[in-house]
Design a protein around this ligand. Structure first.
Ligand code: SME
Length: 150
């Protein structure tokens, strides 16, 4: 199955999970499990914006940093710039925060509500160049769905 086909398969599943529940943490927990289980990423999870910094939220994968300041790392940059960031090689991203030395590429997608970033989807891969425009497109749709319960 191609990556696109996998996303097409998981999107209705994600929609069903979110439509049945309005608790953000519960929904993030299930969405992390669905994405992580389907694609076999290295780390799949969320950070929520609290008092202008990012605080770790539900995830699947190894232990991660609990707080990330605005403008720091890939996540803090996505928060500051209010846009999706795809990093082909995290070792070349100035200021990348290495929660795990095994991670080689990353995508961070902001979860927006009324022009404001409420949190981010953060996914790490052990392979280089895992993420492309397809991931951006589908994960931004996932972010849009999650924003409903925020
Ligand atoms: N690498 C991220 C930090 C979060 S962990 O990858 C889970 C960053 O640079 O923002």
């Amino acid at each position: 199955m191609t990556k696109q086909e996998k996303y097409e398969q998981v999107l209705p599943q994600i929609k069903a999970v979110i439509e049945g529940e309005n608790d953000t943490v519960a929904n993030m927990a299930n969405v992390a499990a669905i994405l992580h289980g389907t694609f076999g990423f290295w780390w799949t999870g969320f950070y929520l914006v609290k008092e202008n910094e990012l605080v770790l939220a539900p995830f699947q994968g190894p232990v991660a940093c609990t707080r990330i300041q605005k403008g720091r790392g890939v996540c803090g940059t996505a928060l500051e710039q209010k846009k999706t960031i795809i990093v082909e090689n995290v070792h070349k991203f100035a200021g990348h925060i290495a929660c795990s030395s095994e991670s080689n590429s990353e995508i961070v997608v902001p979860i927006m509500k009324k022009e404001e970033v409420k949190g981010v989807i953060d996914i790490d891969s052990r392979e280089f160049g895992t993420f492309d425009e397809n991931d951006k497109l589908y994960l931004e749709r996932v972010a849009g769905l999650l924003a409903i319960s925020l």
